[in-house]
Design a protein around this ligand. Structure first.
Ligand code: M6R
Length: 616
Protein backbone atom coordinates (compact mmCIF):
# COMPACT_ATOMS: atom_id res chain seq x y z
CA UNK A 1 0.00 0.00 0.00
CA UNK A 2 1.31 3.43 -0.97
CA UNK A 3 4.04 3.93 -3.53
CA UNK A 4 7.27 5.80 -2.94
CA UNK A 5 9.66 7.31 -5.43
CA UNK A 6 12.76 9.49 -5.16
CA UNK A 7 15.20 10.86 -7.75
CA UNK A 8 18.51 12.77 -7.61
CA UNK A 9 19.63 14.02 -11.01
CA UNK A 10 21.24 16.94 -12.76
CA UNK A 11 18.00 17.69 -14.59
CA UNK A 12 14.56 18.58 -13.31
CA UNK A 13 12.89 15.56 -11.76
CA UNK A 14 9.21 16.40 -11.30
CA UNK A 15 8.07 14.94 -14.63
CA UNK A 16 9.82 11.68 -13.91
CA UNK A 17 8.56 11.60 -10.34
CA UNK A 18 5.06 11.80 -11.76
CA UNK A 19 5.83 9.17 -14.40
CA UNK A 20 7.22 6.80 -11.75
CA UNK A 21 4.16 7.36 -9.59
CA UNK A 22 1.98 6.29 -12.53
CA UNK A 23 3.62 2.89 -12.38
CA UNK A 24 3.13 2.79 -8.61
CA UNK A 25 -0.48 3.91 -8.65
CA UNK A 26 -1.59 0.28 -8.33
CA UNK A 27 -0.33 0.48 -4.73
CA UNK A 28 -2.85 3.16 -3.80
CA UNK A 29 -4.67 6.02 -5.43
CA UNK A 30 -6.37 8.07 -2.71
CA UNK A 31 -4.04 11.06 -3.16
CA UNK A 32 -0.61 11.85 -4.53
CA UNK A 33 2.14 14.41 -4.14
CA UNK A 34 5.72 15.32 -4.91
CA UNK A 35 8.28 17.56 -3.23
CA UNK A 36 11.50 18.97 -4.66
CA UNK A 37 14.19 21.38 -3.58
CA UNK A 38 13.43 24.45 -5.66
CA UNK A 39 16.09 26.79 -7.08
CA UNK A 40 15.79 29.06 -4.03
CA UNK A 41 16.81 26.13 -1.84
CA UNK A 42 13.36 25.75 -0.25
CA UNK A 43 11.34 22.55 -0.12
CA UNK A 44 8.42 23.02 -2.47
CA UNK A 45 5.60 20.54 -2.97
CA UNK A 46 2.42 19.88 -4.92
CA UNK A 47 -0.29 17.56 -3.61
CA UNK A 48 -3.75 16.57 -4.75
CA UNK A 49 -6.58 14.50 -3.38
CA UNK A 50 -7.71 11.68 -5.69
CA UNK A 51 -5.97 9.93 -8.52
CA UNK A 52 -2.67 10.89 -10.04
CA UNK A 53 -4.29 12.75 -12.91
CA UNK A 54 -5.37 15.35 -10.34
CA UNK A 55 -1.76 15.87 -9.34
CA UNK A 56 -0.81 16.07 -13.04
CA UNK A 57 -3.41 18.84 -13.46
CA UNK A 58 -1.96 20.73 -10.50
CA UNK A 59 1.56 20.39 -11.91
CA UNK A 60 0.40 21.57 -15.34
CA UNK A 61 -0.75 24.85 -13.84
CA UNK A 62 1.91 25.10 -11.12
CA UNK A 63 5.05 23.25 -12.32
CA UNK A 64 7.70 22.23 -9.83
CA UNK A 65 11.38 22.75 -10.61
CA UNK A 66 14.28 21.00 -8.89
CA UNK A 67 16.83 18.27 -9.58
CA UNK A 68 16.13 16.30 -6.41
CA UNK A 69 12.76 15.17 -5.14
CA UNK A 70 10.46 12.55 -3.67
CA UNK A 71 6.92 11.46 -4.54
CA UNK A 72 4.10 9.39 -3.13
CA UNK A 73 0.83 7.80 -4.10
CA UNK A 74 -1.35 7.07 -1.07
CA UNK A 75 -3.63 4.33 0.15
CA UNK A 76 -5.16 5.97 3.22
CA UNK A 77 -4.63 4.34 6.62
CA UNK A 78 -4.46 7.11 9.24
CA UNK A 79 -6.41 10.20 8.27
CA UNK A 80 -9.08 10.68 5.62
CA UNK A 81 -8.64 11.10 1.90
CA UNK A 82 -7.81 14.82 1.81
CA UNK A 83 -5.13 17.02 0.33
CA UNK A 84 -3.87 17.82 3.83
CA UNK A 85 -3.23 14.15 4.46
CA UNK A 86 -1.48 13.67 1.11
CA UNK A 87 2.27 13.03 1.25
CA UNK A 88 4.95 14.35 1.19
CA UNK A 89 4.64 15.69 4.71
CA UNK A 90 7.00 18.67 4.80
CA UNK A 91 8.17 21.59 6.93
CA UNK A 92 11.05 23.96 6.32
CA UNK A 93 13.63 21.31 7.27
CA UNK A 94 12.57 17.99 5.82
CA UNK A 95 10.03 16.33 3.53
CA UNK A 96 9.06 12.69 3.98
CA UNK A 97 7.04 10.06 2.13
CA UNK A 98 5.93 6.91 3.87
CA UNK A 99 4.50 3.50 3.06
CA UNK A 100 3.20 1.50 6.04
CA UNK A 101 2.03 2.31 9.54
CA UNK A 102 3.65 3.99 12.54
CA UNK A 103 1.88 2.05 15.26
CA UNK A 104 2.86 4.27 18.21
CA UNK A 105 2.13 7.52 16.41
CA UNK A 106 -0.51 8.64 18.96
CA UNK A 107 1.86 8.73 21.95
CA UNK A 108 4.62 10.28 19.84
CA UNK A 109 2.22 12.94 18.58
CA UNK A 110 1.23 13.82 22.14
CA UNK A 111 4.87 14.12 23.17
CA UNK A 112 5.66 16.29 20.12
CA UNK A 113 2.64 18.52 20.69
CA UNK A 114 3.71 19.05 24.30
CA UNK A 115 7.01 20.27 22.89
CA UNK A 116 5.23 22.74 20.63
CA UNK A 117 4.95 20.82 17.33
CA UNK A 118 1.98 21.94 15.28
CA UNK A 119 0.35 19.18 13.25
CA UNK A 120 -1.33 19.97 9.95
CA UNK A 121 -2.55 16.48 9.03
CA UNK A 122 -4.17 13.46 10.67
CA UNK A 123 -1.52 11.08 9.37
CA UNK A 124 0.83 8.89 11.37
CA UNK A 125 3.57 10.00 8.93
CA UNK A 126 3.67 13.54 10.26
CA UNK A 127 5.22 12.37 13.55
CA UNK A 128 8.22 11.16 11.54
CA UNK A 129 8.67 14.57 9.96
CA UNK A 130 8.48 16.32 13.36
CA UNK A 131 10.81 13.84 15.05
CA UNK A 132 13.47 14.18 12.35
CA UNK A 133 13.36 17.98 12.38
CA UNK A 134 13.36 18.06 16.19
CA UNK A 135 16.49 15.88 16.29
CA UNK A 136 18.17 18.04 13.64
CA UNK A 137 17.42 21.13 15.73
CA UNK A 138 19.07 19.32 18.64
CA UNK A 139 22.25 19.19 16.52
CA UNK A 140 22.10 15.77 14.89
CA UNK A 141 22.99 15.28 11.22
CA UNK A 142 20.12 14.27 8.92
CA UNK A 143 21.31 10.64 8.98
CA UNK A 144 21.60 10.62 12.77
CA UNK A 145 18.20 12.29 13.07
CA UNK A 146 16.63 9.60 10.86
CA UNK A 147 18.33 6.83 12.84
CA UNK A 148 17.18 8.29 16.15
CA UNK A 149 13.64 8.65 14.78
CA UNK A 150 13.66 5.04 13.61
CA UNK A 151 14.61 3.97 17.12
CA UNK A 152 11.49 5.72 18.43
CA UNK A 153 8.86 4.48 15.99
CA UNK A 154 7.18 1.07 15.90
CA UNK A 155 5.55 -0.61 12.93
CA UNK A 156 6.26 -1.76 9.41
CA UNK A 157 7.17 0.92 6.93
CA UNK A 158 9.37 2.34 4.19
CA UNK A 159 10.42 6.00 4.22
CA UNK A 160 12.20 8.44 1.92
CA UNK A 161 13.49 11.83 3.08
CA UNK A 162 14.49 15.08 1.35
CA UNK A 163 16.35 17.72 3.37
CA UNK A 164 16.42 21.46 2.79
CA UNK A 165 20.03 21.67 3.96
CA UNK A 166 21.21 18.77 1.76
CA UNK A 167 20.55 19.58 -1.90
CA UNK A 168 22.48 16.50 -3.10
CA UNK A 169 21.18 13.84 -0.72
CA UNK A 170 18.17 11.61 -0.13
CA UNK A 171 17.78 9.10 2.69
CA UNK A 172 15.74 5.90 2.40
CA UNK A 173 14.82 3.55 5.23
CA UNK A 174 13.17 0.17 5.20
CA UNK A 175 11.48 -1.75 8.00
CA UNK A 176 8.83 -4.22 6.85
CA UNK A 177 7.90 -2.55 3.56
CA UNK A 178 9.96 -2.92 0.39
CA UNK A 179 12.34 -0.34 -1.06
CA UNK A 180 14.69 -0.62 -3.98
CA UNK A 181 17.45 1.74 -5.07
CA UNK A 182 18.20 2.35 -8.74
CA UNK A 183 21.77 3.25 -9.61
CA UNK A 184 23.25 4.78 -12.76
CA UNK A 185 26.51 6.66 -13.18
CA UNK A 186 24.87 10.06 -12.99
CA UNK A 187 21.51 9.56 -11.28
CA UNK A 188 20.10 7.81 -8.23
CA UNK A 189 16.59 6.55 -7.60
CA UNK A 190 14.41 5.18 -4.81
CA UNK A 191 11.29 3.15 -5.56
CA UNK A 192 8.77 0.93 -3.84
CA UNK A 193 9.46 -1.59 -6.60
CA UNK A 194 11.53 -2.12 -9.72
CA UNK A 195 8.58 -1.36 -11.99
CA UNK A 196 8.57 2.26 -10.86
CA UNK A 197 12.14 2.70 -12.02
CA UNK A 198 11.93 0.51 -15.15
CA UNK A 199 12.59 3.10 -17.88
CA UNK A 200 15.64 4.63 -16.21
CA UNK A 201 17.75 1.95 -14.54
CA UNK A 202 19.06 -1.56 -15.06
CA UNK A 203 21.08 -1.79 -11.83
CA UNK A 204 19.07 -2.25 -8.67
CA UNK A 205 19.91 -2.65 -5.02
CA UNK A 206 17.21 -4.01 -2.70
CA UNK A 207 17.33 -2.74 0.86
CA UNK A 208 17.18 -5.34 3.61
CA UNK A 209 15.14 -5.17 6.79
CA UNK A 210 16.33 -2.30 9.00
CA UNK A 211 18.59 -0.72 6.35
CA UNK A 212 19.07 3.03 6.09
CA UNK A 213 20.55 4.19 2.78
CA UNK A 214 22.12 7.57 2.01
CA UNK A 215 22.11 8.51 -1.68
CA UNK A 216 24.31 11.39 -2.78
CA UNK A 217 25.06 12.89 -6.17
CA UNK A 218 27.83 15.44 -6.60
CA UNK A 219 28.19 16.30 -10.28
CA UNK A 220 28.63 12.95 -11.96
CA UNK A 221 29.61 11.21 -8.78
CA UNK A 222 26.71 9.02 -7.60
CA UNK A 223 27.23 7.29 -4.26
CA UNK A 224 25.13 5.02 -2.09
CA UNK A 225 26.03 4.00 1.45
CA UNK A 226 23.94 1.65 3.54
CA UNK A 227 23.83 1.08 7.28
CA UNK A 228 22.13 -2.01 8.64
CA UNK A 229 19.77 -2.04 11.61
CA UNK A 230 22.76 -2.03 14.00
CA UNK A 231 24.18 1.06 12.28
CA UNK A 232 27.02 -0.91 10.66
CA UNK A 233 28.04 -0.10 7.07
CA UNK A 234 27.03 -2.93 4.74
CA UNK A 235 27.10 -3.72 1.03
CA UNK A 236 23.96 -5.10 -0.55
CA UNK A 237 24.17 -7.05 -3.81
CA UNK A 238 23.58 -5.18 -7.05
CA UNK A 239 21.11 -6.90 -9.37
CA UNK A 240 20.39 -6.34 -13.03
CA UNK A 241 16.74 -6.03 -13.99
CA UNK A 242 15.27 -6.73 -17.40
CA UNK A 243 11.86 -5.20 -16.70
CA UNK A 244 11.15 -2.77 -19.51
CA UNK A 245 8.55 -0.04 -19.75
CA UNK A 246 6.88 -2.14 -22.54
CA UNK A 247 6.21 -5.00 -20.16
CA UNK A 248 4.10 -2.65 -18.10
CA UNK A 249 2.18 -0.88 -20.83
CA UNK A 250 -1.50 -1.49 -21.56
CA UNK A 251 -0.87 -1.87 -25.28
CA UNK A 252 -4.08 -1.72 -27.29
CA UNK A 253 -6.23 -3.00 -24.41
CA UNK A 254 -8.73 -0.80 -22.60
CA UNK A 255 -7.51 -2.00 -19.21
CA UNK A 256 -4.54 -3.78 -17.73
CA UNK A 257 -6.91 -6.44 -16.43
CA UNK A 258 -8.13 -7.32 -19.93
CA UNK A 259 -4.57 -7.35 -21.25
CA UNK A 260 -3.54 -9.62 -18.39
CA UNK A 261 -6.47 -11.99 -19.02
CA UNK A 262 -5.46 -12.27 -22.67
CA UNK A 263 -1.80 -12.83 -21.77
CA UNK A 264 -2.64 -16.09 -20.03
CA UNK A 265 -1.90 -18.54 -22.88
CA UNK A 266 1.64 -17.13 -22.76
CA UNK A 267 2.05 -16.77 -19.00
CA UNK A 268 0.67 -20.24 -18.33
CA UNK A 269 2.95 -21.67 -21.01
CA UNK A 270 6.01 -19.77 -19.67
CA UNK A 271 5.32 -20.99 -16.15
CA UNK A 272 4.84 -24.57 -17.35
CA UNK A 273 8.07 -24.50 -19.34
CA UNK A 274 10.01 -23.23 -16.34
CA UNK A 275 8.86 -26.27 -14.35
CA UNK A 276 8.39 -29.29 -16.58
CA UNK A 277 9.61 -30.83 -19.79
CA UNK A 278 6.63 -32.24 -21.66
CA UNK A 279 8.70 -34.33 -24.09
CA UNK A 280 10.41 -36.47 -21.49
CA UNK A 281 7.83 -35.93 -18.75
CA UNK A 282 10.39 -34.61 -16.30
CA UNK A 283 10.70 -31.73 -13.84
CA UNK A 284 13.05 -28.74 -13.92
CA UNK A 285 15.28 -27.31 -11.19
CA UNK A 286 12.75 -25.21 -9.21
CA UNK A 287 10.74 -28.36 -8.44
CA UNK A 288 13.69 -30.76 -8.20
CA UNK A 289 15.25 -28.61 -5.47
CA UNK A 290 12.33 -29.54 -3.23
CA UNK A 291 13.60 -32.83 -1.95
CA UNK A 292 13.23 -32.68 1.81
CA UNK A 293 10.90 -35.38 3.17
CA UNK A 294 7.67 -34.16 4.77
CA UNK A 295 4.56 -35.71 6.24
CA UNK A 296 2.07 -32.99 5.40
CA UNK A 297 1.66 -29.73 3.57
CA UNK A 298 0.52 -26.34 4.79
CA UNK A 299 -0.40 -23.59 2.34
CA UNK A 300 -0.66 -20.00 3.58
CA UNK A 301 -1.89 -17.03 1.53
CA UNK A 302 -4.45 -14.23 1.22
CA UNK A 303 -7.22 -13.38 -1.24
CA UNK A 304 -6.97 -14.91 -4.68
CA UNK A 305 -3.68 -16.59 -3.78
CA UNK A 306 -5.48 -18.32 -0.91
CA UNK A 307 -8.03 -19.68 -3.39
CA UNK A 308 -5.16 -21.13 -5.44
CA UNK A 309 -4.14 -22.90 -2.23
CA UNK A 310 -7.67 -24.27 -1.79
CA UNK A 311 -7.59 -25.72 -5.32
CA UNK A 312 -4.27 -27.37 -4.49
CA UNK A 313 -5.77 -29.03 -1.42
CA UNK A 314 -8.21 -30.92 -3.65
CA UNK A 315 -5.45 -31.83 -6.10
CA UNK A 316 -2.76 -32.87 -3.59
CA UNK A 317 -5.10 -34.91 -1.44
CA UNK A 318 -6.74 -36.71 -4.32
CA UNK A 319 -3.77 -37.31 -6.62
CA UNK A 320 -0.75 -37.30 -4.28
CA UNK A 321 -2.54 -38.61 -1.16
CA UNK A 322 -0.92 -36.06 1.11
CA UNK A 323 -2.59 -34.20 3.96
CA UNK A 324 -2.97 -30.47 3.21
CA UNK A 325 -4.05 -27.58 5.43
CA UNK A 326 -4.81 -24.26 3.75
CA UNK A 327 -4.58 -21.19 5.92
CA UNK A 328 -5.64 -17.55 5.57
CA UNK A 329 -2.44 -15.76 6.53
CA UNK A 330 -4.10 -13.04 8.64
CA UNK A 331 -5.81 -15.70 10.77
CA UNK A 332 -2.93 -18.13 10.92
CA UNK A 333 -0.45 -15.61 12.28
CA UNK A 334 -2.68 -14.74 15.24
CA UNK A 335 -3.84 -18.30 16.03
CA UNK A 336 -1.76 -20.65 18.08
CA UNK A 337 -0.94 -23.10 15.31
CA UNK A 338 0.64 -26.43 16.21
CA UNK A 339 3.97 -27.15 14.52
CA UNK A 340 5.40 -30.64 14.11
CA UNK A 341 8.63 -29.72 12.32
CA UNK A 342 7.70 -32.16 9.58
CA UNK A 343 5.41 -29.97 7.50
CA UNK A 344 6.29 -28.48 4.12
CA UNK A 345 4.95 -24.91 4.00
CA UNK A 346 4.01 -23.05 0.83
CA UNK A 347 3.42 -19.31 0.79
CA UNK A 348 1.53 -18.25 -2.30
CA UNK A 349 1.69 -14.61 -3.27
CA UNK A 350 1.73 -12.53 -6.42
CA UNK A 351 3.42 -9.48 -4.93
CA UNK A 352 5.59 -11.24 -2.38
CA UNK A 353 4.91 -8.27 -0.09
CA UNK A 354 1.56 -9.10 1.51
CA UNK A 355 2.19 -8.25 5.14
CA UNK A 356 0.09 -11.06 6.66
CA UNK A 357 1.69 -13.70 4.45
CA UNK A 358 5.13 -12.34 5.28
CA UNK A 359 4.35 -12.39 9.01
CA UNK A 360 3.05 -15.97 8.77
CA UNK A 361 6.28 -16.93 6.99
CA UNK A 362 8.34 -15.38 9.78
CA UNK A 363 6.32 -17.35 12.33
CA UNK A 364 6.80 -20.67 10.51
CA UNK A 365 10.51 -20.03 9.96
CA UNK A 366 10.96 -19.45 13.68
CA UNK A 367 9.61 -22.98 14.18
CA UNK A 368 12.28 -24.38 11.86
CA UNK A 369 9.89 -25.76 9.23
CA UNK A 370 10.73 -25.56 5.52
CA UNK A 371 9.22 -22.55 3.76
CA UNK A 372 8.67 -22.40 0.00
CA UNK A 373 7.47 -19.24 -1.73
CA UNK A 374 5.33 -19.49 -4.86
CA UNK A 375 5.78 -15.92 -5.89
CA UNK A 376 5.53 -13.72 -8.96
CA UNK A 377 7.93 -10.96 -7.92
CA UNK A 378 11.31 -12.64 -7.65
CA UNK A 379 12.99 -9.92 -5.60
CA UNK A 380 10.16 -9.53 -3.13
CA UNK A 381 10.42 -9.79 0.65
CA UNK A 382 8.67 -13.17 0.77
CA UNK A 383 10.90 -14.60 -1.96
CA UNK A 384 14.00 -13.43 -0.14
CA UNK A 385 12.87 -14.74 3.23
CA UNK A 386 11.95 -18.25 2.00
CA UNK A 387 14.09 -21.40 1.91
CA UNK A 388 13.03 -22.15 -1.68
CA UNK A 389 11.42 -20.03 -4.33
CA UNK A 390 9.26 -21.19 -7.21
CA UNK A 391 8.61 -18.20 -9.42
CA UNK A 392 5.42 -17.85 -11.37
CA UNK A 393 6.23 -16.49 -14.82
CA UNK A 394 3.23 -14.19 -15.07
CA UNK A 395 5.30 -11.02 -15.58
CA UNK A 396 4.25 -7.73 -13.97
CA UNK A 397 0.58 -7.79 -12.97
CA UNK A 398 -0.73 -4.23 -12.74
CA UNK A 399 -4.53 -4.63 -12.60
CA UNK A 400 -5.58 -4.71 -8.95
CA UNK A 401 -7.71 -7.79 -9.61
CA UNK A 402 -5.36 -10.74 -9.88
CA UNK A 403 -5.81 -12.82 -13.05
CA UNK A 404 -2.70 -14.12 -14.78
CA UNK A 405 -0.85 -14.48 -11.47
CA UNK A 406 -3.61 -16.80 -10.23
CA UNK A 407 -3.46 -19.13 -13.24
CA UNK A 408 0.34 -19.15 -13.03
CA UNK A 409 0.03 -20.14 -9.34
CA UNK A 410 -2.32 -22.96 -10.34
CA UNK A 411 0.21 -24.18 -12.91
CA UNK A 412 2.93 -24.34 -10.25
CA UNK A 413 0.61 -26.20 -7.89
CA UNK A 414 -0.48 -28.63 -10.62
CA UNK A 415 3.16 -29.40 -11.44
CA UNK A 416 3.95 -29.87 -7.74
CA UNK A 417 0.95 -32.17 -7.43
CA UNK A 418 2.28 -34.36 -10.25
CA UNK A 419 5.74 -34.41 -8.67
CA UNK A 420 4.36 -35.46 -5.29
CA UNK A 421 1.98 -38.00 -6.89
CA UNK A 422 4.92 -39.64 -8.66
CA UNK A 423 7.19 -39.64 -5.62
CA UNK A 424 4.45 -41.23 -3.53
CA UNK A 425 3.32 -43.70 -6.19
CA UNK A 426 -0.14 -42.37 -5.50
CA UNK A 427 -1.59 -42.81 -9.00
CA UNK A 428 -0.96 -45.29 -11.80
CA UNK A 429 1.73 -44.45 -14.39
CA UNK A 430 -0.98 -44.32 -17.05
CA UNK A 431 -3.08 -41.82 -15.10
CA UNK A 432 0.02 -39.82 -14.29
CA UNK A 433 1.01 -39.53 -17.95
CA UNK A 434 -2.52 -38.49 -18.88
CA UNK A 435 -2.51 -35.70 -16.32
CA UNK A 436 1.01 -34.64 -17.26
CA UNK A 437 0.16 -34.39 -20.94
CA UNK A 438 -3.16 -32.66 -20.26
CA UNK A 439 -1.63 -29.72 -18.41
CA UNK A 440 0.69 -29.20 -21.37
CA UNK A 441 -2.38 -28.60 -23.52
CA UNK A 442 -3.81 -25.91 -21.28
CA UNK A 443 -2.34 -22.85 -23.07
CA UNK A 444 -4.01 -23.97 -26.32
CA UNK A 445 -7.35 -24.49 -24.57
CA UNK A 446 -7.13 -21.05 -22.94
CA UNK A 447 -6.48 -19.49 -26.37
CA UNK A 448 -9.52 -21.28 -27.74
CA UNK A 449 -11.66 -19.97 -24.89
CA UNK A 450 -10.39 -16.42 -25.36
CA UNK A 451 -11.23 -16.50 -29.06
CA UNK A 452 -14.89 -16.94 -28.11
CA UNK A 453 -15.23 -14.11 -25.63
CA UNK A 454 -18.39 -12.69 -27.26
CA UNK A 455 -20.59 -14.77 -25.01
CA UNK A 456 -19.18 -13.01 -21.95
CA UNK A 457 -20.21 -9.63 -23.38
CA UNK A 458 -23.79 -10.91 -23.64
CA UNK A 459 -23.78 -12.32 -20.12
CA UNK A 460 -22.24 -9.15 -18.76
CA UNK A 461 -24.98 -7.01 -20.31
CA UNK A 462 -27.38 -8.98 -18.14
CA UNK A 463 -25.24 -9.22 -15.02
CA UNK A 464 -24.39 -5.54 -14.86
CA UNK A 465 -28.02 -4.85 -13.95
CA UNK A 466 -28.21 -7.12 -10.90
CA UNK A 467 -27.26 -6.44 -7.27
CA UNK A 468 -26.46 -9.95 -6.06
CA UNK A 469 -25.11 -13.19 -7.51
CA UNK A 470 -24.24 -16.65 -6.29
CA UNK A 471 -21.37 -18.75 -7.64
CA UNK A 472 -21.48 -22.50 -7.13
CA UNK A 473 -18.87 -25.19 -7.66
CA UNK A 474 -17.82 -28.56 -6.28
CA UNK A 475 -14.48 -30.20 -5.63
CA UNK A 476 -11.50 -28.34 -7.06
CA UNK A 477 -13.94 -25.97 -8.74
CA UNK A 478 -15.47 -24.79 -5.48
CA UNK A 479 -12.48 -22.42 -4.97
CA UNK A 480 -13.09 -21.20 -8.54
CA UNK A 481 -16.62 -20.25 -7.45
CA UNK A 482 -15.05 -18.30 -4.58
CA UNK A 483 -12.63 -16.66 -6.98
CA UNK A 484 -15.47 -15.84 -9.39
CA UNK A 485 -17.38 -14.11 -6.61
CA UNK A 486 -14.29 -12.20 -5.47
CA UNK A 487 -13.47 -11.05 -9.01
CA UNK A 488 -17.00 -9.83 -9.59
CA UNK A 489 -17.36 -7.99 -6.30
CA UNK A 490 -13.97 -6.33 -6.28
CA UNK A 491 -14.24 -4.75 -9.71
CA UNK A 492 -18.00 -4.40 -10.35
CA UNK A 493 -19.16 -3.80 -6.74
CA UNK A 494 -21.94 -6.35 -7.28
CA UNK A 495 -22.44 -8.42 -4.18
CA UNK A 496 -21.38 -11.99 -4.91
CA UNK A 497 -20.95 -15.14 -2.81
CA UNK A 498 -19.19 -18.36 -3.69
CA UNK A 499 -20.53 -21.62 -2.25
CA UNK A 500 -19.86 -25.31 -2.53
CA UNK A 501 -22.95 -26.39 -4.50
CA UNK A 502 -23.83 -29.02 -1.88
CA UNK A 503 -23.94 -26.38 0.86
CA UNK A 504 -26.69 -24.41 -0.86
CA UNK A 505 -29.50 -26.11 0.98
CA UNK A 506 -27.95 -25.25 4.32
CA UNK A 507 -28.96 -21.61 4.07
CA UNK A 508 -28.06 -19.70 0.91
CA UNK A 509 -30.94 -21.19 -1.07
CA UNK A 510 -33.15 -18.80 0.89
CA UNK A 511 -31.69 -16.01 -1.23
CA UNK A 512 -32.90 -17.52 -4.48
CA UNK A 513 -35.69 -15.82 -6.39
CA UNK A 514 -36.28 -14.92 -10.02
CA UNK A 515 -33.89 -11.97 -9.79
CA UNK A 516 -30.92 -13.93 -8.51
CA UNK A 517 -28.36 -15.06 -11.10
CA UNK A 518 -26.66 -18.30 -10.07
CA UNK A 519 -23.39 -19.00 -11.87
CA UNK A 520 -22.47 -22.66 -11.80
CA UNK A 521 -19.00 -24.05 -12.54
CA UNK A 522 -19.82 -27.58 -13.69
CA UNK A 523 -17.40 -29.50 -15.89
CA UNK A 524 -18.57 -33.03 -16.65
CA UNK A 525 -16.54 -34.58 -13.81
CA UNK A 526 -17.18 -37.02 -11.00
CA UNK A 527 -19.32 -34.44 -9.14
CA UNK A 528 -21.30 -33.38 -12.18
CA UNK A 529 -24.47 -35.38 -11.40
CA UNK A 530 -24.61 -33.90 -7.92
CA UNK A 531 -24.10 -30.38 -9.22
CA UNK A 532 -26.83 -30.96 -11.78
CA UNK A 533 -29.22 -31.80 -8.93
CA UNK A 534 -28.32 -28.46 -7.35
CA UNK A 535 -28.98 -26.74 -10.67
CA UNK A 536 -32.44 -28.34 -10.68
CA UNK A 537 -33.04 -27.08 -7.16
CA UNK A 538 -32.31 -23.47 -8.03
CA UNK A 539 -34.17 -23.68 -11.35
CA UNK A 540 -37.21 -24.91 -9.43
CA UNK A 541 -37.01 -21.66 -7.48
CA UNK A 542 -36.89 -19.60 -10.69
CA UNK A 543 -33.25 -18.49 -10.44
CA UNK A 544 -31.47 -17.29 -13.58
CA UNK A 545 -28.91 -20.05 -13.95
CA UNK A 546 -25.75 -19.57 -16.00
CA UNK A 547 -23.75 -22.79 -16.32
CA UNK A 548 -20.15 -23.08 -17.44
CA UNK A 549 -19.62 -26.65 -18.56
CA UNK A 550 -18.26 -28.76 -21.43
CA UNK A 551 -20.04 -30.40 -24.37
CA UNK A 552 -20.97 -33.55 -22.40
CA UNK A 553 -22.21 -31.49 -19.49
CA UNK A 554 -24.23 -29.21 -21.76
CA UNK A 555 -25.97 -32.19 -23.38
CA UNK A 556 -26.88 -33.65 -19.99
CA UNK A 557 -28.14 -30.33 -18.64
CA UNK A 558 -30.23 -29.62 -21.75
CA UNK A 559 -31.75 -33.08 -21.60
CA UNK A 560 -32.73 -32.71 -17.95
CA UNK A 561 -33.88 -29.09 -17.84
CA UNK A 562 -36.13 -28.98 -20.90
CA UNK A 563 -39.14 -27.63 -19.05
CA UNK A 564 -37.18 -25.17 -16.92
CA UNK A 565 -34.21 -24.19 -19.11
CA UNK A 566 -31.11 -22.45 -17.81
CA UNK A 567 -30.65 -18.78 -18.66
CA UNK A 568 -27.45 -19.68 -20.51
CA UNK A 569 -25.10 -22.64 -20.91
CA UNK A 570 -21.54 -21.77 -21.91
CA UNK A 571 -19.51 -24.63 -23.39
CA UNK A 572 -15.80 -24.82 -22.57
CA UNK A 573 -13.15 -27.25 -23.87
CA UNK A 574 -13.05 -30.69 -22.26
CA UNK A 575 -11.00 -30.83 -19.06
CA UNK A 576 -9.96 -33.03 -16.16
CA UNK A 577 -9.53 -32.46 -12.45
CA UNK A 578 -6.18 -30.70 -12.92
CA UNK A 579 -7.05 -28.59 -15.94
CA UNK A 580 -10.67 -27.57 -15.19
CA UNK A 581 -9.84 -24.94 -12.51
CA UNK A 582 -7.38 -23.31 -14.91
CA UNK A 583 -9.88 -23.16 -17.76
CA UNK A 584 -12.98 -22.20 -15.83
CA UNK A 585 -11.08 -19.41 -14.13
CA UNK A 586 -10.70 -17.66 -17.49
CA UNK A 587 -14.51 -17.66 -17.86
CA UNK A 588 -15.15 -16.11 -14.49
CA UNK A 589 -12.45 -13.50 -15.13
CA UNK A 590 -13.97 -12.47 -18.46
CA UNK A 591 -17.44 -12.36 -16.95
CA UNK A 592 -16.29 -10.10 -14.11
CA UNK A 593 -14.26 -7.89 -16.43
CA UNK A 594 -16.99 -7.24 -19.00
CA UNK A 595 -19.62 -6.75 -16.29
CA UNK A 596 -17.50 -4.16 -14.51
CA UNK A 597 -16.61 -2.49 -17.79
CA UNK A 598 -20.27 -2.21 -18.72
CA UNK A 599 -21.06 -0.78 -15.30
CA UNK A 600 -18.34 1.78 -15.93
CA UNK A 601 -16.34 1.12 -12.79
CA UNK A 602 -12.63 1.77 -12.57
CA UNK A 603 -11.61 -1.79 -13.41
CA UNK A 604 -7.86 -1.49 -12.86
CA UNK A 605 -8.14 0.62 -9.73
CA UNK A 606 -11.32 -0.38 -7.95
CA UNK A 607 -12.36 1.76 -5.01
CA UNK A 608 -10.75 1.22 -1.62
CA UNK A 609 -8.31 -1.42 -2.89
CA UNK A 610 -4.60 -1.53 -3.60
CA UNK A 611 -2.51 -4.12 -5.38
CA UNK A 612 -0.14 -5.08 -2.59
CA UNK A 613 -1.54 -5.16 0.89
CA UNK A 614 1.46 -4.12 2.94
CA UNK A 615 -0.46 -2.98 6.00
CA UNK A 616 -2.53 -5.09 8.38
O1 M6R B 1 0.13 -10.35 -3.67
P1 M6R B 1 -0.69 -11.41 -3.02
O2 M6R B 1 -0.97 -12.56 -3.94
O3 M6R B 1 -0.13 -11.88 -1.71
O4 M6R B 1 -2.08 -10.72 -2.73
C1 M6R B 1 -3.10 -11.39 -2.07
C2 M6R B 1 -4.40 -10.64 -2.18
O5 M6R B 1 -4.27 -9.36 -1.65
C3 M6R B 1 -4.87 -10.52 -3.64
O6 M6R B 1 -4.99 -11.77 -4.24
C4 M6R B 1 -6.24 -9.80 -3.68
O7 M6R B 1 -7.21 -10.60 -3.10
C5 M6R B 1 -6.60 -9.43 -5.11
N1 M6R B 1 -7.24 -8.15 -5.11
C6 M6R B 1 -7.53 -10.39 -5.76
O8 M6R B 1 -7.88 -10.02 -7.04
Amino acid sequence: MCGIIGIISQNDVSERLLDGLKRLEYRGYDSAGIATLAADGEIDRRRAEGKLEKLADVLATRPLAGVIGIGHTRWATHGGITKNNAHPMANDTVAVVHNGIIENFASLKEMLQQRGAVFTSDTDTEVVMHLVSMHMQEGLTPLEAVQKTLSQVRGAFALAFLFKAQPHMLIAARRGSPLVLGITESELFIGSDAIALAPWVRTLCYLEEGDVATLTLHGDNAEVSILNEDGIAVERPLRQTNITADAISKGAFTHYMLKEIFEQPLTVSDTLQSLISVEDESFHAPLLALNKPFSKIRIIACGTSYYAGLVAKYWFEKLARVHVDVEIASEFRYRSPVFDGDTLNFFITQSGETIDTLAALTLVKQQGETCVAIVNVAESSIARASDHVIQTMAGPEIGVASTKAFTAQLVVLAALCLKFAKERNAISPHEWTNFFQSIAQIPGHISELLRNDGVYHQLAAHLCQVHHTLYLGRGANFPIALEGALKLKEISYIHAEGYPAGELKHGPIALIDSKMPVIVIAPHDEWFEKTLSNVQEVLARCAQVIVFTDAKGAAAIEAQTKTMPCYRIVILPESNMLTAPLLYTISIQLLAYYTAHMKGTDVDQPRNLAKSVTVE
